[in-house]
Design a protein around this ligand. Structure first.
Ligand SMILES: [Zn+2]
Length: 128
């Protein structure tokens, strides 16, 4: 019992340590009007970014960057403090996810087995 409690406390502390500190956006809009709409958006983005794991953080910021269009990556570098290569990778990953030809929910071969394959031949009387 004691061991279990100790492990869960250790896990919690480890997860807490993994959470990224919330980045303060140094952009002009945030400095000039810290309570403005843009500053609120940048603050919200950085809150989400801090809570996500590495892969999802990269994809979330990559999505924002691609939605912003030209200069989007540079803008998100400023807003989030992430490296441009990380954001570029996130953009590519999000674009790849949008690919219509790869529109599968499960990996090939994933999901339940077909009922015919699952059924055992335990009742030979059924086959007669
Ligand atoms: Zn900002």
């Amino acid at each position: 019992m004691y061991t279990h409690v100790s492990v869960s406390i250790a896990k919690r502390q480890k997860n807490k340590g993994n959470m990224r500190p919330i980045h303060n956006c140094p952009c002009d809009a945030c400095r000039q009007d810290p309570t403005g709409t843009t500053a609120e958006l940048h603050h919200a983005i950085n809150h989400v970014v801090a809570a996500l794991d590495e892969k999802n953080r990269r994809r979330f910021v990559g999505l924002w960057a691609s939605q912003l269009g030209h200069g989007g990556i540079q803008n998100m570098v400023l807003v989030t403090g992430l490296h441009r290569a990380t954001i570029r990778r996130g953009c590519r990953e999000v674009e790849k996810m949008d690919d219509v030809s790869d529109n599968r929910i499960r990996a090939p071969g994933g999901g339940r087995k077909l009922t015919e394959k699952k059924r055992r031949n335990s009742c030979p009387s059924w086959t007669n």
